[in-house]
Design a binder for this molecule. Structure first.
Ligand code: SF4
Ligand code: SF4
Length: 481
């Protein structure tokens, strides 16, 4: 997995901070035009071929951060016009992702390459074991015939000097459902009818060519209009910041939010309902139920593993129950879910109780723009205290455990956790779907699926290393009731 501490991510986050600062100063339309120039000034060292290409890519990144699809790019249109449209729109638009073709490196097809470490050894196991006989050794070095190579990787496995490496296409490799492919110019394109919005491609592309479409402008606008904007933060967000309990609530207040809701309270509702549903289903003779709180997983089932649809729990997600609670308290609330997830943007758009979905990157940028130091924020106690198991939804295994502790007979639970929906995870899913369709007994009766390896603390828009986040989550969970 690409380390979240990388140059492409830093640029994307810096743009968010610049947009937020301009908007808070009431100067978004007049100032947005200068962001590319300020970030790639004359005589600076270009990141690409020249600063003009850098600026063009930055312009597209600004568009995406303003919430526009880069596919709709109009050469004649100024960034100020895009900013104006963002400030006036009523709703975010689909799809949630966009591809910056000028940022895409058009990486060459995944292949194996012989490096300088090749010793042209006497054993030549690469050549001897190649099933297509496409390696020869000339000039003191092995050579692979790219026309004959079938990308099996046997040569790489056999070289004792590790002289053969695999050059991947990172976004294609990250996509577990084959939704990404090259166009006629070698640039990557997403087939949104296959996409689950897991966000793996935007996390893995080292050129930052896949971006989620921002909603920060919409939320700041509501805050500046004095609307009762409420922050509903996912447990994974608590793990993004080093803070005492209640300080995150203090930070939301300092940022202008009217009230804060812990989504872990909604997670408790989900877990209660899911445990009840599990018991009912088993009593009625079902053999398998799966969790339903990860929207990327649910979409993966709907599109790519339909056999499993009847097994997916009917229970709604923690985001839904939290937003429902908030709207019941006051229908005037503007509900903003804050999480590390791209798929939640799609789920939020489809849920009438959820008005906006902010990413971890966006809330982090808002705090920076408003110069909020969470460690210095006042402690505010949230109304309802969630359980430790509700807070632990943020990591893999947490949902199944939350269901287990609520069962009348927990010993009857046989959980199986799919920790990350990569290609192997998709295969496991399909195998469960097939077994369920054929009514064959399964090794598990409850399957928990998290599209992100490790769970939401490793979601595609996190700003804290998942290992650090895991330690911070532990403290947050321990403080649960
Ligand atoms: S968001 Fe996930 S499913 Fe969609 S194109 Fe990217 S990697 Fe593939
Ligand atoms: S594991 Fe969490 S962050 Fe990742 S796609 Fe699912 S809900 Fe979103």
């Amino acid at each position: 997995m690409l380390n979240i501490n990388n140059g492409a991510a830093q640029i994307k986050r810096e743009i968010l901070v610049r947009i937020a600062k301009l908007q808070l100063a009431g100067k978004l339309e007049e100032g947005v035009h200068y962001i590319p120039r300020e970030m790639a000034p004359r005589n600076s060292e270009p990141r690409r071929c020249c600063i003009y290409h850098d600026r063009e890519v930055l312009r597209l990144r600004v568009m995406a951060r303003l919430g526009h699809s880069v596919e709709d790019y109009d050469d004649e249109k100024k960034l100020a016009e895009y900013a104006k449209e963002a400030l006036e729109r009523e709703k975010p638009t689909e799809p949630m992702l966009t591809v910056l073709d000028d940022a895409c490196n058009a990486c060459v097809r995944a292949h194996y390459m012989v490096t300088n470490a090749c010793q042209a050894c006497i054993a030549r196991p690469c050549m001897m074991n190649c099933p297509k006989k496409c390696i020869d050794i000339t000039g003191g070095r092995a050579h692979i015939d790219p026309e004959a190579c079938v990308n099996c990787g046997i040569c790489m496995q056999n070289c004792p000097y590790h002289a053969i490496i695999r050059i991947p296409v990172p976004c294609e490799e990250a996509c577990p459902v084959g939704a990404i492919s090259k166009d006629e110019n070698g640039k990557e394109r997403i087939d949104y009818s296959k996409c689950t919005f897991c966000g793996a491609c935007m996390r893995e592309c080292p050129f930052g060519a896949m971006m989620d479409k921002g909603q920060i402008v919409d939320v700041i606008r509501k805050l500046m209009e004095g609307k009762k904007v409420v922050a509903m933060y996912a447990p994974a967000i608590a793990a993004q910041f080093r803070a005492q309990p209640g300080q995150l609530e203090g930070a939301f207040k300092a940022a202008g939010f009217h009230k804060t809701f812990e989504v872990a309270v909604g997670a408790d509702i989900t877990a209660d309902k899911e445990a009840h549903e599990f018991e009912e289903r088993m009593e009625h003779g079902d053999t398998l139920m799966t969790t339903s709180c990860c929207p990327a997983y649910v979409r993966a089932v709907q599109i790519h593993a339909p056999d499993l649809i009847p097994c997916v729990s009917d229970t709604r997600s923690p985001m839904h129950y939290t937003a429902e609670m908030a709207k019941k308290e006051d229908p005037e609330y503007v509900t903003v879910f804050i999480g590390p997830c791209l798929a939640k943007r799609k789920e939020g758009l489809d849920d009438s109780h959820v008005d906006y979905v902010l990413s971890a990157e966006e809330i982090g940028a808002l705090f920076v723009a408003k110069e909020i130091d969470i460690g210095e924020c006042e402690v505010i106690v949230c109304g309802q205290q969630p359980t430790a198991s509700g807070r632990n939804f943020a990591q893999s295994g947490g949902v199944a455990e939350a269901v287990r502790v609520r069962l009348k007979h927990p010993e009857n639970l046989r959980p199986f956790v799919i920790n990350g929906l990569d290609v192997a995870g998709m295969k496991q899913l399909k195998a469960f779907g097939k077994a369920a369709a054929e009514k064959k007994p399964c090794e598990a009766n409850l399957v928990e699926v998290m599209a992100c390896p490790g769970g939401c603390i490793a979601g595609p828009s996190v700003i804290t290393n998942p290992k650090v986040a895991s330690a911070q989550l532990k403290k947050y969970v321990e403080k649960g009731s």
